[in-house]
Design a protein around this ligand. Structure first.
Ligand code: SF4
Length: 296
């Protein structure tokens, strides 16, 4: 089409800038202000809750909406004497609840208990009790462990986990017992701690359970967890801090009850004070446990 003059020509789009009739891109804030109606500002004292007439109930919270979290209540510090008295009451309750609390590992001798305790590291007592009948038949004394074929021993204890380390410990244990203790398990803390694979937990268990000597508290995963929940720890940093947990509990519990206290706490941890969902409503210790009902 031939356009004769300027007025006949269709209007050409102009570039952005001077004289353009297209809307300029606005900054985001300006666009929002253009569309959103102005919201009235809340004045001080404009809080509807504060203005609720006396006697009138608060409006129901919409379903599915959670109550805002409140700051935790401040704990009051328990005195040493109060903690001591509370521990005595907990001990009484444990004696009533678990009068026959004992080591759950099946054994007929100090050596069997020592071997089973070494195998129980990072493993359940039930699993160890499944493994030990055949193991004890195949390796009846220290000399049998001393001369064991490592691959065969590893296969026998494989299901308890960490079986290579454990097999190495058992062979070393057998050799040391034969060489230095005439094949017998020694009954002192010092001598037990010299044996491969033996630390304080194992030594306390063997001494307290077999030799009936209270040299310390057996601190396993249950004892650490329960002592922390019952707020019996004063120096331990957490429930894995075994050395300090043992020290804290030895100061609170009478020496003659150290071994019983350990076995009873372990039984309570298995049956009632479970790791994930403690059964506080059926717990005989709840009256003296500061964590009762607070673990979800
Ligand atoms: S009251 Fe609850 S947290 Fe405390 S010992 Fe009992 S089960 Fe465990």
């Amino acid at each position: 089409m031939n356009h004769q003059n300027r007025e006949d020509r269709p209007a050409q789009p102009l570039p952005h800038g001077r004289g353009s009739d297209r809307a300029k891109p606005q900054p985001v804030r300006a666009r929002e202000e253009a569309v959103a109606p102005e919201r009235p500002r809340r004045e001080q004292g404009d809080n509807p809750m504060a203005q609720r007439p006396p006697g009138r109930k608060r409006a129901a919270r919409p379903p599915g909406r959670k109550r805002a979290a409140r700051p935790p209540a401040r704990r009051t510090r328990e005195s040493a004497a109060a903690r001591q008295a509370r521990t005595a009451r907990l001990l009484t309750a444990l004696k009533r609840q678990y009068p026959d609390a004992d080591c759950a590992l099946h054994h007929r001798s100090a050596l069997e208990l020592l071997v089973a305790t070494i195998l129980s590291a990072q493993c359940t007592d039930e699993r160890v009790n499944q493994v030990t009948p055949n193991l004890f038949r195949r390796y009846p004394d220290a000399a049998a462990y001393a001369s064991a074929d490592s691959a065969e021993l590893e296969a026998a204890i494989r299901s308890t986990g960490f079986f290579r380390n454990k097999a190495r410990s058992l062979i070393g244990l057998g050799r040391k017992l034969v060489a230095e203790h005439a094949g017998e398990v020694p009954g002192t803390m010092e001598a037990l701690l010299e044996l491969p694979g033996v630390a304080r937990k194992t030594a306390n268990c063997v001494l307290g359970t077999w030799f009936r000597r209270n040299e310390g508290v057996v601190v396993d995963t249950h004892v650490g967890r329960l002592a922390l929940r019952m707020r019996l720890l004063t120096t331990a940093r957490d429930d894995k801090d075994a050395v300090r947990i043992e020290h804290d509990l030895m100061r609170l519990v009478p020496r003659e009850d150290w071994t019983f206290f350990s076995h009873a706490l372990i039984e309570h941890g298995r049956k009632v004070c479970l790791a994930r969902k403690p059964r506080c409503t059926e717990c005989a210790l709840a009256a003296d446990c500061p964590s009762a009902g607070s673990i979800r």
